[in-house]
Design a protein around this ligand. Structure first.
Ligand code: ADP
Length: 605
């Protein structure tokens, strides 16, 4: 079988076209070598052969090369493609066959009587055939067309002498001819094969380039989509923050005032819908902060006992409302993590446990495993099918489930995505084990703390609990509120009044000072928005108010900034910063704690 049999015909055709082009590219070289060869033969045979025979031979060779030169020019002008290549190869092969026939005829016509000249003639012809082998073998028809008509007549003529020596020489010449033909044939195979390999490589490189381009395009599209998502999230969280903040304050005021039994369930529904909205909004904020790279974990020692207690405070009412038990195993373990991020992780897992359990309960516990601590959230809920176990950590992925009314419908599919991304940020491993219909166990592996002093999430740990139904807790107090957003200002005003405070408020510091002047009493607390109109800062407003009144009034700054800048700014001014949307309970507890501080000190400035 031919070694080229496995190569697709299209590639062979391409190789043949290139081979024909190579012949034409070396056309002038062929003309020169033909002329030189004819000259050498004539010089060698000068004394033996009639001049007319030699002149005729030279003229015919020149004539053949002349039309071949014209052929080369036409080929260069036309630049034929793959389809026309065999035709042009045929033209060239005709020229080669004519040249070979002229050499063969010359060998017969000039065959000398002297054995020495016979040897010279044989050497000349075989030399010409062998010398041009590397070029003639490029294209087979042209190769055979030249070699066979040039050498076969000479061999026959030598044998025709008839004696033993000439028979022997003819035999040797036949063997050499067979060798030349075989070698030329194989050489052509090798050349064809190497061309095909080159094409395959070129095609592969082309394909690789295409694939790389497609992959790069896909990556650019994914990055653009991700950027668009981040921008949408950032814009949405920015635009939603203010009304949600006001809504939360109004709902808290409403809940505190609705004492009528008829209204309480309705207000309860409004409150829980607003809470759900706040949770989902907090998730969007988390996501946009993660996407913006604005979250830098602040690692430290975290006492799990305190963190678990806060989780209990936050989720016990929700668990009770759904009729599931929430068991928190007391612990004294201290871990190395970011307290706020770890609390969000555990909170999301416990929240999910409660939401996806309708019978039984949820257990939160921790145990030491060598250098690490395993924090387990175990529930007896609906469980997760194996097919979903990895996908539930993707953004906006929710398991479609027809478990009936027990299955809550209001999640966005972000809780676990945030768990995974916070955990990645902290290098904590999160694993899930689950059995459908039996429950799930989410485990977070956290390194144990090396030092003994637990760094707690102090702000929230030290806050007193919000008692909504108790007596007005701020009665007798004066609270000054400054906010350039009319709705928020009104909501804050209403809420503090609901809590029993006398409220003075203004959209800027100047009207606020005027209102305080009319009241003829110093405020016990200032609540200021961080960003006020005309690029004024709430922190500067507090400083100015304190300066004007001459006393260091406790103050809360409310900020909608998602970056760390606001936090740093407020901390530098020793002010309490609450992020928007502010949870009413947190605002209430912070206000009470700040107002309970020692009476106001005189400023020295
Ligand atoms: P969602 O807001 O939908 O709860 P999550 O990202 O928190 O979003 O969870 C993704 C999905 O994983 C949920 O829709 C739910 O189907 C499934 N899931 C999460 N936690 C649990 C659990 N403890 N038990 C059963 N299914 C769960």
């Amino acid at each position: 079988m031919s070694p080229l049999a496995s190569i697709p015909p299209t590639l062979i055709a391409r190789a043949r076209a290139d081979q024909v082009a190579t012949l034409y590219a070396h056309g002038h070289f062929t003309t020169v070598s033909m002329g030189l060869g004819a000259l050498i033969l004539c010089v060698v045979m000068w004394s033996e052969i009639a001049a007319t025979t030699m002149l005729l031979f030279g003229a015919l060779i020149a004539l053949n090369q002349l039309w071949r030169a014209a052929l080369v020019r036409a080929f260069e002008r036309t630049g034929p493609g793959i389809a026309a290549a065999p035709r042009w190869g045929g033209y060239w092969a005709i020229g080669s066959a004519l040249a070979g026939s002229l050499w063969g005829a010359a060998a017969v016509a000039m065959f000398p009587a002297s054995p020495a000249y016979q040897s010279l003639l044989i050497v000349c012809l075989f030399g010409a055939a062998l010398g041009g082998l590397n070029l003639t073998a490029v294209y087979r028809p042209s190769f055979y067309g030249f070699v066979l008509p040039a050498l076969v007549p000479l061999i026959v003529r030598v044998a025709f002498v008839g004696d033993q020596v000439h028979w022997f020489i003819a035999g040797v010449m036949s063997v050499v001819l067979a060798f030349v033909v075989g070698f030329g044939h194989r050489l052509n195979d090798v050349l064809t094969r190497s061309l095909v390999i080159r094409y395959e490589n070129v095609d592969l490189i082309g394909e690789l380039k295409d694939r790389t381009r497609i992959a790069l395009d896909a990556r650019a599209a994914a990055e653009a989509a991700n950027r668009a998502k981040s921008q949408l999230l950032a814009a949405a969280s920015h635009d939603l923050r203010q009304p949600l903040h006001a809504l939360g304050l109004y709902v808290a005021a409403l809940a505190a005032r609705a004492r009528d039994a008829e209204w309480r369930p309705l207000v309860g529904h409004v409150e829980s819908a607003a809470n759900a909205l706040e949770i989902q909004f907090a998730q969007l904020i988390d996501l946009s902060r993660l996407d913006a790279g604005a979250l830098t974990p602040e690692r430290g020692d975290v006492a799990l006992g305190e963190l678990f207690a806060r989780i209990r405070n936050e989720f016990a009412p929700q668990a009770a409302a759904r009729g599931v038990s929430l068991t928190i195993v007391p612990t004294r373990i201290v871990v190395d993590s970011d307290p706020a991020l770890l609390e969000r992780i555990v909170g999301n897992l416990v929240g999910n446990g409660i939401r996806y359990t309708s019978r039984g309960g949820v257990l939160l516990g921790a145990r030491r495993c060598g250098t690490h601590v395993a924090i387990d959230v175990v529930d007896t809920g609906i469980g997760i099918a194996p097919a979903h176990r990895e996908r539930i950590f993707e953004e906006f992925y929710r398991v479609r489930n027809d478990a009936g009314p027990a299955q809550p419908r209001h999640g966005m599919g972000l809780g676990l995505a945030i768990v995974r991304r916070f955990a990645d940020l902290l290098e904590h491993e999160v694993v899930v084990e689950s059995r459908e219909g039996a429950g799930s166990r989410f485990r977070v592996r956290v390194p144990r703390a090396t030092r003994a002093d637990p760094r707690t999430h102090r702000r929230r740990a030290t806050l007193p609990r919000f008692e909504q139904n108790g007596p007005p807790s701020c009665s007798g107090r004066v609270v000054a509120v400054v906010d350039d957003d009319a709705a928020t200002l009104d909501a804050m005003h209403t809420l503090f009044e609901t809590w029993g405070a006398t409220v003075v408020s203004g959209e800027a510091i100047e009207p606020l000072i005027a209102a305080i002047g009319e009241l003829e009493r110093y405020p016990d607390l200032i609540v200021a928005d961080l960003r006020l109109a005309n690029h004024r800062s709430g922190i500067d407003a507090v400083r100015q108010l304190r300066h004007e009144l001459g006393i260091a009034i406790p103050a809360i700054i409310v900020s909608g900034d998602t970056g760390m800048g606001a936090d740093i700014e407020a901390r530098a001014a020793a002010l309490m910063l609450l992020p928007k949307p502010v949870v009413a309970a947190t605002l209430h507890a912070t206000a009470i704690a700040l107002m309970a501080q020692r009476p106001l000190a005189m400023l020295t400035q």
